[in-house]
Design a protein around this ligand. Structure first.
Ligand SMILES: [Zn+2]
Length: 139
């Protein structure tokens, strides 16, 4: 009998720690260049637009739209086997074009999901150390 495997956990390092610490407090923050104001995600050592090292994390609305999605049937992602099939969604935050976060939705919502559909962030407390920002459909 197959055993249920744990889902992989994000790597939390010096670069990503502010993102995850804010998530623990149910706040969504994104690294932003203090020189040109460009949002960088995932966080980077220097700004992707202007190469400045003057970077800080700033709160964002948590609102966005579905830029793309796929239906996952393959059981090759550790820890997600019990949830198959499910939807992978690519969320474009409203603060900046192509500022993307990845999330997932239950396959039962397939009929409500469309490109350009609106979503908002919510926070899933996994355990005492980890909270995941996730997205849900809004009307
Ligand atoms: Zn910049």
């Amino acid at each position: 009998m197959a055993t249920t495997q744990e889902k992989p956990r994000p790597l939390i390092d010096d670069l990503t720690r502010p993102f995850w610490e804010a998530a623990r407090e149910h706040r969504l923050v994104i690294q932003r260049c203090q020189d040109c104001r460009y949002f960088n995600h995932p966080p980077r050592p220097v700004c992707n637009a202007c190469h400045s090292a003057a970077l800080a994390f700033e709160p964002v609305s948590g609102r966005g739209t579905i830029y793309s999605f796929s239906v996952m049937y393959q059981p090759n992602v550790t820890g997600f086997g019990d949830e198959l099939p499910y939807l992978n969604i690519l969320v474009e935050l409203e603060e900046q074009p192509q500022l993307f976060l990845v999330s997932n939705l239950p396959e039962a919502q397939r009929e409500q999901v469309r490109i350009g559909g609106r979503v908002e962030v919510y926070f899933e407390d996994v355990d005492a150390e980890l909270t995941l920002p996730k997205f849900r459909l809004v009307a």
